[in-house]
Design a protein around this ligand. Structure first.
Ligand code: AMP
Length: 167
């Protein structure tokens, strides 16, 4: 199964991919998570990527495409989350042979509401929502126990920009 989940920021791509990973052991490949990891490592590349992420802008195609393809290569089952996000990226991955595309459609107003309560774990980015998907223990990840934090690009002005870029 080679799946990709498409949809605007906040549509639940990450959460659904997490569930597919837990239920069927599909490899969850999140372009955004890989980019955030590079930023956290503090590498030179990470410093360049940071500017795009914090402003909600798309990272250049070539860079993201290489990262995703490297991760997906040789995997029997995988679910892509947030990739492809441009025509260039879509054209560059014909060799990954996607056979399922799921579009999560959601209104901008609902996204803003969701983001205000969204939290992610500081260790691996597992997703929660204070109201709709709370962790068992307040402020801590159910899976690895790390602290739950708010993402920097979840500010309303950045969300609106990310939505515009998505459209
Ligand atoms: P996400 O975690 O999917 O919401 O992505 C967070 C941020 O990572 C986006 O706002 C972009 O800055 C960057 N990003 C994620 N996926 C891609 C992609 N496929 N192409 C370019 N930039 C991406």
């Amino acid at each position: 199964m080679h799946i990709t989940l498409l949809g605007p920021p906040g549509s639940g791509k990450g959460m659904i991919a997490d569930r597919l990973e837990r239920a069927f052991h599909y490899t969850h490949i999140s372009a955004g998570a890989m980019l955030r990891e590079e930023v956290a490592k503090g590498t030179r590349l990470g410093k360049d990527i940071r500017k795009y992420l914090e402003n909600g802008k798309l990272v250049p195609d070539e860079l993201v495409t290489d990262m995703v393809k490297l991760e997906a290569r040789g995997k029997k089952h995988f679910v892509l989350d947030g990739f492809p996000r441009s025509l260039g990226q879509a054209k560059a991955i014909t060799d990954l042979h996607l056979n399922n595309v799921i579009l999560l459609d959601i209104a901008e107003k609902a996204v803003i509401q969701r983001f205000s309560g969204r939290r992610v774990c500081s260790q691996a980015g597992h997703g929660y929502h204070l109201k709709f998907l709370p962790p068992r223990k307040a402020g801590r990840c159910d899976i690895d126990g790390s602290k739950l934090v708010r993402r920097k690009d979840d500010r309303p002005s950045v969300i609106r920009d990310r939505f515009r870029i998505y459209r």
